[in-house]
Design a binder for this molecule. Structure first.
Ligand code: DGL
Length: 270
């Protein structure tokens, strides 16, 4: 029997292409399906219920594409849907499949740096959920987290608006600088794209950036090593599919900017 199960990567939009590229480089043989819910992006300003429903539909879609394992790359979806999907939905609907989140792996990495004052840039939705604080305090209750909601960043990135980013970013960074954070977690798939802007705005400080595209691929490789029963189910022809729920010329252009090369972005549903 040929083994055809794949790794799915889910994001609310196109930002997750960056993490997909990093996973592609780290696991060159595995077959990957990317799904970006471009029809419903941004998730960051929506209700928890709406994010849960969209995320569950995305999981169903990736499972229908034969994914055995899904990386839920979207932090906002992690906050509103991960626990419920892992603990309630999967055991009922897909007991032999797995969905992995990105928040705990990110916090474990932040914790290893021994910083005691950590900043977080994230969507409005994610900051109000306080899920980062909750998970961080399970790891170490003595670390202080300073969370900054950044509602304008994703809409600007998704709409080719990087030229307007700097003054907005400076305003979002100000409270974190005032609070003397030692590092800043980029708590959204889109924000690693702003690394150069962030470094420029932080040039007079020693603040370190914690970027999920540098963390998640290694954590996934480690997971697969520890779970040979999953690793054995995964096919390895090195293919990557790029699917989105809505396809426009602007999305094709943005996808190329994010991934770094032309990619065959396809509409997921007819
Ligand atoms: N991709 C989402 C995240 O990582 C944010 C983008 C959105 O608002 O949809 O949190």
């Amino acid at each position: 029997m040929t083994n055809k199960m794949k790794i799915g990567v889910f994001d609310s939009g196109l930002g997750g292409l960056l993490i997909t590229k990093a996973i592609r480089d780290r696991l060159p043989e595995h077959d990957i399906v990317y799904y970006g819910d471009t029809l419903n992006v941004p998730y960051g300003n929506r209700s928890e219920q709406a994010v849960y429903e969209h995320t569950k539909a995305a999981m169903d879609f990736l499972f229908s594409k034969n994914c055995a394992l899904i990386i839920m790359a979207c932090n906002t979806a992690n906050a509103s849907a991960l626990r419920k999907i892992q603990q309630q939905y999967l055991p009922k609907a897909y007991p032999d499949r797995r969905v992995l989140g990105v928040i705990v792996p990110t916090l474990e990495t932040a914790h290893e740096k021994k910083h005691t004052r950590i900043g977080l840039l994230a969507t409005h939705n994610l900051v109000s959920s306080a899920v980062y604080e909750e998970e961080l305090h399970k790891i170490n209750p003595d670390i202080e987290l300073f969370a900054q909601s950044c509602p304008l960043l994703v809409p600007l990135i998704e709409n080719d608006g990087l030229k307007w980013i700097t003054p907005i970013l400076e305003e979002y960074l100000e409270p974190l600088k005032k609070n003397n954070v030692q590092s800043i977690i980029l708590g959204c798939t889109h924000y690693p794209l702003l690394t150069n802007h962030l470094k420029a705005s932080l040039r007079d400080t020693d603040i370190e950036l914690i970027s999920q595209d540098k963390i998640v691929p290694d954590k996934l490789a480690d997971y697969l090593e520890r779970h040979p029963e999953m690793e054995e189910r995964l096919s390895k022809t090195g293919s990557t599919e790029f699917l989105v729920s809505d396809l426009t010329q602007a999305y094709i252009k943005t996808a190329k900017q994010i991934y770094g090369t032309d990619i065959p972005l396809q509409k997921a549903h007819d």
